[in-house]
Write a new protein. Structure first.
Length: 172
């Protein structure tokens, strides 16, 4: 597990190969197997491969989403906000498990924050995404995950070096 965590990096440049359906299915399965508060599983996933929609998603934020125009696959992580008061945490767990599964499958991924971000000075990213994907009002948008075969340097993290200021024992 530590080796998998050390090798996972945010990838924003992908080659043009499509992601095989069996790999997408495996990534989705990892998300579906995520633990959730009280076992409510409020998350749902929207798989996007359509280049026109990926372009629309690439302009969903003021910064940090432009690379989505050139990804083979994205998965939008949403949740029924009426089902759980901790949907953000549940979606976050599902999203990172999907990213780790992608890494295990030889794919790169990147998290694009949607919640509490602005598309422009007057429009929220989340509302824009909901409009583009016809997501009902009761759903919240946590993030967009990109997936594909990396076409950039993916150097592993260095060995873990405990920073004494970050780790506390018994008390802060």
């Amino acid at each position: 597990m530590i080796d998998l965590l050390k090798s996972r990096k945010s990838i924003r440049v992908y080659d043009t190969r499509e992601v095989e359906q069996n790999k997408i299915d495996s990534i989705l399965k990892a998300g579906m197997l995520a633990p959730s508060s009280r076992g409510l599983n409020p998350w749902e996933f929207i798989v996007i491969k359509d280049k026109k929609m990926l372009h629309k998603l690439s302009i969903s934020k003021q910064s940090g989403s432009a690379f989505l125009a050139n990804v083979p696959t994205a998965i939008v992580v949403i949740a029924d906000t009426q089902l759980s008061d901790v949907w953000v945490e549940d979606c976050s767990i599902a999203a990172i498990l999907m990213q780790l599964q992608a890494q295990k499958l030889g794919l790169g991924s990147c998290w694009v924050q949607a919640r509490n971000r602005l598309k422009n000075e007057s429009e929220w990213t989340e509302e824009y995404i909901k409009e583009q994907l016809k997501i009902p009002d009761k759903y919240g948008v946590c993030c967009i995950l990109s997936f594909g075969y990396p076409n950039q340097d993916n150097q592993s993290h260095k060995d873990f070096n405990a920073n004494a200021k970050k780790i506390h024992n018994e008390y802060f």
